[in-house]
Design a binder for this molecule. Structure first.
Ligand SMILES: [Zn+2]
Length: 155
């Protein structure tokens, strides 16, 4: 499903249609600038080097245990809300399919928990409820090579 909203460009004030989700974005789809102004922004940004690369890494040890415990606590909280008749909201991720035997034998959705601003993704095969893989969002400073946990900033 795609959604389109009518917007007014922050710079030229032209009315335009913004697609807020779904496929079909051409790189000029932006909720602040119209396609003409976004093309100028994109061209200007080509000369600015990217400072940070985002990646994820497999987490082991105490950090892995903390993420799994946080997911357990989240599931307990969800179960309490569900039992109380409250609406339980959860993020839905596209699953991976296990196809080694030529058929789909299991899916691997993943859950996400946040600990002190750092996101951890926990993968679990549907035929084995034990967490299989825990990954942490990371960033690499492309000037220094330094890595650290990626922290989302929400205003
Ligand atoms: Zn514009």
């Amino acid at each position: 499903m795609t959604t389109h909203r009518r917007r007014r460009c922050a710079h030229c004030q032209a009315l335009y249609s913004h697609q807020s989700s779904g496929p079909g974005s051409d790189g000029l789809n932006n909720e602040i600038w119209c396609p003409d102004c976004m093309a100028v922004v994109n061209a200007a940004l080509k000369s600015v080097p990217v400072a940070v690369e985002r990646f994820s890494e497999v987490v082991t040890g105490a950090d892995r245990d903390a993420a799994i415990l946080a997911l357990h606590d989240l599931e307990v909280e969800r179960a309490k809300k569900h039992a109380a008749g409250e609406l339980v909201i959860r993020r839905v991720y596209a699953p991976l399919f296990y196809m080694d035997e030529g058929k789909i034998t299991a899916t691997k959705p993943h859950e996400s928990v946040t600990i002190e601003g750092v996101s951890y993704m926990i993968g679990t095969w549907s035929d084995n409820r034990e967490p299989q893989e825990v990954r942490r969002e990371m960033e690499r400073d492309l000037r220094t090579g330094e890595t650290r946990p990626w922290v989302d900033v929400w205003d």
